[in-house]
Design a binder for this molecule. Sequence first.
Ligand code: ADP
Ligand code: ZN
Length: 725
Amino acid sequence: MIKAAQKILKDIFGYDDFRPLQKEVIENVLKKKDTLCIMPTGSGKSLCYQIPALLFDGLTIVVSPLISLMEDQVNQLEALGVEALMLNSSLSADEYQKNIQLIQQSKARLLYLAPETLLMGRTLALLESQKVAAFIIDEAHCISEWGHDFRPEYRQLMDLRERFPQAVCLALTATATQRVQQDIQKSLRFDKSASFVASFNRENLFLEIKQKSQSAEQTLDFLARFPDQSGIIYCLSRKQVDEMAEFLQGEGYSVRPYHAGLSSEVRQQNQASFIRDDTQIMVATIAFGMGINKPNVRFVLHFDLPGNIESYYQQIGRAGRDGLRADCLFLFAYGDIRKIKYFIGQKKESEQVVAHTQLNALVGLAETNDCRRIPLLTYFGETYNDANCGMCDNCLAGDQASRDVTIPAQQFLSCVKHSKQIFGAGHIIDILRGSKSQKVKKFGHQELSTYGIGKDFSKPEWFYLSRQFVQKGLLTQDMHHGSLKLTAKAWEVLRGQLNISAPMEELQKKRPQTKTEQTYDSKLFELLRQLRKTLADSSNVPPYVIFPDKTLIEMAIYFPQSEAAMLELHGVGKVKFVKYGSSFKQTIAEYCQVNQVTEKPKGGSSGKLTSSSKTIGTPRHQVVGKKFNSGSTIEELREEFKVQNKTVLDHLYKYCLDGNVLRGNSDFLELSQLSSRIQSDVCKAFKQYGTLTLRPVFEALGQEVSFEELKIIRLHYLANEQKNT
Ligand code: ADP
Ligand code: ZN
């Protein structure tokens, strides 16, 4: 049986291998065992029932909650030459009638329906006259009141099963929580043993979380990495969506807004335009995304804080469904937390505690220095053990140098103690920084011994530290009032029995960027993309229905010009080859002739295409440091790693922090714009104050030399002068 499934996978869908758990689920369904399949978005759930549907004798009914999802599936199946139909309110009376006839004549293999349609007497009568082989419940979490999209009609589906006892049932969802899973199993009276739960790790998503500062620039920098590629920007409010859309339009981007304030007509138009690749970027509130199957979303930018980890996961999950690399950037601002806290404040008291816990988990994800996948997957009850995922900012940054922060910890804790452990971080920081605020005066806190002793750190730096102290178990925070209390561990720190360290560069750090490897001929790719768009428009379907991006990329790598070579490619099945093969073959052949390129064998190297440049193993700063010491110049390193000067300098500094010594050189002084007199003053200041934090040197020089310059001279000092003193 599974051999037959494998053949359909290649012949119809054009794929070489099953993805994780697909084979197991298909096998189970083919044995007519009821099955629950829980797999993340984009992992290929549809295939789990589409292949059995093609092997069963009889009709497969697919219950789906949204018309757009049904349309999308039917379009894709039609393009593959599979007889799939739907019955729903989007059809004209004629179309509806025609579909009913086709079902009566047993001419459909798959029938997509909304639960409401299915439960209608005449639909049931129609189906009872047919042999129903399988009963598929897509988006099965809708059955659970604990799920986020509870649909009461879904509950009636279980009674319905009794009418079709011979039909096997497969329920699919991407919702991971235990409670929903159990609810589905119980509601459908499923045997527990027939559950398949895939890992929720989406390996092809590059996760990056940055402090939000100069957000407009950060947004434009990010977008510049994806010319002409599809992406979504999530904002919190309708107003922000409109402003962002307008701003990007002004910058020449092809962009449309999407939020609940727009009429449903405009929303639909904008969504269709995005799906058809007429619009590059969708700027949206959380209202956007449900029912979007577009596989080639290459980036998701969170311009605002998502409500919780679950929504973050769901939203980034809309990127990279096609399995190719997609980038997710989350611009994190502590100011946004206040907005969320405000929303939480509006909730019922009983819900507030949960909401606060969820918020803390999200902040934890943003502040972690470990692999981002650890807190993310932990949240879903999975353990992630890889030392380096190679696909998140933290893993690429290598090990971060931690600094000893015992002294600021003692200052902070002592201030909490002296102010009687009834205040939150904001007030403690005001005292430490010597604020003249009303509240400080009201409590007479300007008299405390800790008043004004913490001016070395900025407010955001102190906030960052205070959260580190909470995370490290020195302080507990009251859920409702936010007041901080000392723990036993805190007393150890205060008594000097315990040292504390934290990565302090966190606040200023600029993270290295990696770009998608361009291993394919981008000019040809562009031509193929245009061809695909023309074909798609003329058949009134989204471009990805013709071929996914990955197919075009493979065409632009292997330049196939024969039927056999075409059929080797990802996503080229027999029917699709007949429908579209010759147009693509022709374009490729012409391109090859003009550019004197020849066909390259794919040679069964299925799945070898990597779209991401993973740097697993030695941390980047070690590689850069070693190269520098063996003679590479900063300019050469910049070219080689495709980064800015600043990033090279950061790597070199980190290399020093690991205890390495840089070779003596004049490279650094050449980068500096300072006069040689000031350069030598800066060096003297480093000699006096040390190189670990820049602030004292900055102050000593009357705040006149920028931090950028200080970083350059610090490296010069470490490489040249320190050795001589
Ligand atoms: P889900 O429903 O789990 O979100 P889909 O069924 O829409 O995911 O599949 C996502 C994409 O992956 C689709 O474009 C699909 O054609 C593709 N896909 C599914 N299975 C495979 C496979 N075995 N090999 C390659 N691509 C696959
Ligand atoms: Zn990682």
